[in-house]
Design a protein around this ligand. Structure first.
Ligand code: HEM
Length: 381
């Protein structure tokens, strides 16, 4: 086997993950660069428009032709339509990049593969739970980061599950007496559950958002604290990308809690002002989601298919599951189909060093160091 030329090239990408790299016209984080091809932009605008129109139709029909739509929540509903446009737009641009497109295609192929299902029927639900739901891989970075992220994740999920359908007029709470304590919860006009507002279920129903806010404040506060203390984090962080999302989550949650505080303890004092502040922070955050760090919420599910691909190709019995060993130290790297897929991505991106995918990360570093000694240090007088 030949070894790649030992030059002092920049570090080859690690063989550990098929990093979806940027295509011409697409930046590394999936955003369109100023030269994003017009065809990609057109496709992205079409996808964004289609998804927004579908959401508007779902709002109109889901709220029984706006009969259940609360006009006080209009700004939130409009923000979700912009959010839908932004997510579909950016997602389309993202999967138009060769690396991400391969990840996306391979992921869906694994997802719908009957052979995969026969080989490992429980693999997909397990991966959805452990990777997407519990983000177990974060525990390897630190238990505290994992716990804080779980608080953010479940807090935001709970808040979204309550507020999005309410905003769209899909949920209604009605009382036969007009003022409780007996309430009925309806979805799309169908009665789902009746409850007593003064009972435990009633308390949970009306304070779900407060619970979500407490979870989110705890998670975001840890990450903010870490970003002020951890030298590694401080060195690389950018205000708009790393701090704004955390500050936005804290502002939304604190103003939300203050609304409850105002209605319980201040007889509604300051409520109007807080309601506007809360609404403005939510609307801006929703519109910002597709364009900043929060976009990982939409990107990450695509990686489940790739995890499944890695897992099933490891378990396959027909020679395919062969594990490739490092060309230099002969330690296992990953399965042959996985490394082949990584090399394919690198070739799609015109990276002229895809052979490096067949070395383990440690050997890549050793070879780079040796190349540096050979080519740079010697000539340095
Ligand atoms: C409601 C859904 C989610 C929310 C609100 C959320 C929010 C956040 C926020 C605010 C951060 C930034 C923390 C910081 O850098 O200081 C973060 C980081 C991160 N998120 Fe999420 N996230 C969500 C879902 C997910 C999912 C589904 C995954 C993966 C399966 C994921 C993976 C990550 C990773 C890997 C980091 C970096 C963590 C670290 O540096 O320790 N997130 N998330």
């Amino acid at each position: 086997m030949t070894e790649p030329p030992q030059t002092a090239e920049p570090s080859p990408p690690s063989g550990a993950a098929p990093a979806p790299g940027p295509a011409p016209g697409v930046t590394a984080d999936g955003g369109p660069s100023p030269q994003a091809p017009a065809a990609v932009r057109r496709r992205a605008v079409l996808a964004g428009t289609a998804v927004s129109v579908l959401l508007i139709l779902a709002i109109v029909f889901g709220s029984r032709l706006l009969r259940d739509f609360d006009s006080a929540l209009l700004p939130y509903a409009v923000a979700t339509v912009f959010l839908a446009f932004g997510v579909a737009y950016r997602y389309t641009v993202w999967i138009s990049a060769p690396g991400a497109r391969r990840l996306f295609r391979q992921g869906w192929r694994s997802f719908f593969s009957a052979a995969n299902f026969r080989r490992a029927p429980t693999a997909l639900p397990r991966m959805i739970a452990t990777y997407l739901g519990f983000q177990k891989f974060l525990g390897a970075r630190s238990h505290a980061r994992w716990a804080a992220h779980q608080l953010l994740f479940w807090g935001c999920l709970l808040a979204a599950a309550i507020t999005f359908p309410l905003t769209w007029g899909w949920f209604t709470f009605t009382s036969a007496t007009g003022s409780g304590p007996g309430y009925e919860m309806r979805i799309w006009g169908f009665e789902i559950i009746g409850f007593d507002a003064l009972g435990f279920l009633g308390w949970l129903m009306f304070h779900g958002l407060d619970i979500a806010a407490v979870l989110v404040i705890a998670g975001a506060a840890y990450f903010l604290w870490r970003r002020m203390k951890d030298r590694g984090a401080i060195t690389g962080q950018r205000f708009a990308y790393d701090l704004v999302p955390l500050i936005a989550l804290v502002v939304i949650s604190v103003t939300g809690l203050l609304l409850t505080f105002s209605s319980i303890f201040l007889h509604g004092g300051g409520y109007q002002f807080l309601a506007v502040l809360h609404m403005v922070s939510v609307v801006f955050t929703l519109i910002y989601i597709p364009f900043g760090k929060f976009f990982h919420i939409v990107q990450r599910p695509a990686a489940v298919g790739m995890q499944l691909f890695k897992y099933t190709s490891r378990r396959t019995g027909e020679g395919e599951g062969e594990v490739l060993v490092c060309r230099r130290c002969h330690e296992p790297i990953d399965t042959a189909p996985y490394v082949a897929n990584l090399r394919g991505t690198m070739r799609d991106l015109d990276l002229g060093f895809d052979e490096w995918a067949e070395y383990c990360p440690r050997c890549k570093r050793v070879l780079r160091g040796a190349a540096y000694l050979d080519h740079v240090k010697k000539g340095f007088k």
